[in-house]
Write a protein that binds this ligand. Structure first.
Ligand code: SF4
Ligand code: SF4
Length: 203
């Protein structure tokens, strides 16, 4: 997997889930289809008065999730910024051209209430459940901080092998210490719960 293919797959999914946080820190999620892909940059449209736009302006954090028919989850995490005023019209025209249904939603001059946001610096989590073992990969676009998630085995490992016997994906290699193959790990925590000497740590 690679960044460009992840973005392409999201384009094929078409309608993506966009999650933000509200002023109380509660999650808020909605479907968005008015998305334009420009390389690795995503531009998306909403109306200035919508809660979504207000949350993006106030906080900026957004997670975007798509799920393909091949049981692939692709999650982008980053901060969306409102496109500068002098570029709004350009991006709006692109989006209306690609998605003619928008004219039905905001006909004529009513489309002036629209605003475009852009996501440029973000991480990508790719997770596929249709391979055996499962596949997990992380990518970074722009200046986003790399992701560290899941579990690793520390030097405290005594080599008893218990973790291998409880791993549903057989993704732990023997060694000194034993080692989790993170690209195939479910992050289920079964090894972590069963290690007799607590040698397995969470990132
Ligand atoms: S269960 Fe713990 S001590 Fe045993 S091999 Fe796995 S990590 Fe090492
Ligand atoms: S977290 Fe689950 S899948 Fe990952 S190594 Fe441990 S037992 Fe295996």
């Amino acid at each position: 997997m690679d960044i460009e293919t992840c973005i392409k797959k999201l384009g094929y999914v078409g309608v993506l889930d966009f999650a933000t946080v509200d002023e109380n820190g509660a999650p808020q999620v909605r479907n968005i289809s008015a998305i334009h892909y420009e390389g690795t940059t995503l531009c998306f449209l909403t109306a200035r008065g919508k809660t979504f736009a207000r949350q993006l302006k106030a906080d900026g954090r957004v997670q975007i999730l798509g799920y393909t028919k091949y049981k692939e989850t692709i999650r982008l995490s980053g901060r969306a910024v409102e496109v500068p005023a002098n570029e709004q019209l350009k991006w709006r025209n692109v989006l209306y051209q690609e998605q003619p249904y928008l004219e039905n939603v905001y006909p004529g001059e009513t489309k002036n209430i629209d605003t475009i946001f852009m996501l440029q610096d973000y991480t990508i989590e790719y997770f596929c459940l249709s391979t055996r073992p499962i596949t997990r990969e992380y990518f970074t676009v722009g200046n986003a901080e790399p992701i560290r998630k899941g579990y690793y085995i520390s030097e405290d490992c005594i080599g008893c092998g218990t973790c291998q016997t409880v791993c549903p994906q057989n993704c732990i290699e023997a060694g000194s210490p034993f080692c989790i193959k993170e690209n195939h790990c479910l992050q289920c925590g079964n090894c972590f719960e069963n290690c007799p000497v607590e040698a397995i740590r969470r990132y």
